[in-house]
Ligand binder design. Sequence first.
Ligand code: MN
Length: 424
Amino acid sequence: MPNFANNPDRASWLHVGSDSDFPIQNIPFGVFLTRDDVITIGTRIGDTAIDLGALHQLGYFDGIPLTDDIFLQDTLNDFIADGRQTWRAVRNRIAEIFDENNDALKSNPKHKDVVLFRLDEIEMQLPVQVGDYTDFYASREHATNVGTMFRGKDNALMPNWLHLPVGYHGRSSSIITTDIPVHRPQGQTLPAGANSPVFGPSKAVDFELEMAFITTDANDLGDSIAVDDAEEYIFGLVLFNDWSARDIQKWEYVPLGPFLGKNFASSISPWIVTLDALEPFRVPSPVQDPEPLDYLKSTGNKSFDINLEVAIRPHKSSESVVTQSNFKFMYWNMAQQLAHHTVNGCPVNAGDMMGSGTISGPTPDSYGSMLELAWKGEKPVQLKDGSSRKYIEDMDTVILRGYCKNGSVRIGFGDVKTQLLPCK
Ligand code: MN
């Protein structure tokens, strides 16, 4: 099926600001609560939220094989399980309905009244029920920085790192969306120079600038996904802040990896931008040397040029952007991650989420965590209000943003904002 929703020449009869992340070429999917307290699946053009459940009931998706209640759900899981043909048909139809030359909905005030919402009339929800969540460690710059800090420059990358996308299984129960505050976690840490651990609030709460992709049903137990087929199973991407308590993490991680330092909260942006919408922004991945094993060799442009930034907004103050990075810096791309994840026969299901790992760029102003930006506290980051940060302080709000841009189109993710509250 052609993907004509991406036509860069199309304009919408809905207002779209010139710097909007959500032109008619984006058509992301999300879940929101309406002013009438109804949960529905929706999309967004400019600053207008669109109730897809209402559109479907009014017959605007006639001719596309969809169950009657596909959009009247509190998660996107069933829609995602329908597969790429359906996602594409629905995005194409939405592009038609909101094309400036199409009067059907545009000139029907009764229909518009039940379909369209201002953003202040809705409340975004977590878009998927995440079944399983995996986090990778796929930025060479990040792995090198962290390795240098903890093991020295000569042993920065572990021997496996250039041969496989390192990852661990995370916890889905604490995945939240934007505007949900997080309490500073407490736990066990080993203070510098001490011989025995202490218990108390973490003193090193950090963000991790990541993206995550959401999958559809991909393989049965025992089957693998070939690297060249892997993108078929990727529905779309979100911004992802993988909250981390560095002091808890440092003490607990040997030998099985991250645990309580990571699973107290993970924040994702509420609109899932489809892989289809990101097509125009493909770029080559970094050259891989040594060459990976055959099952990880990917061809074609499998990385995406997505500008990323993180801002910190102290309580009752204005924000400071503390880093700017790009998704294209990832050493291991999403197709390689999915091929590796399933090479042993591990099933991947609709609604699973795979985090990229912290996305650090090559320069110190592009590092993806406070651990790196402030170099484990040695170089505090200066904020515009005159204060400085080694890690995130109580009442700070951390904001992740991301967008792609070429000559004519900007496709963005909006943001994911999380305030850190004091320890409970
Ligand atoms: Mn992470």
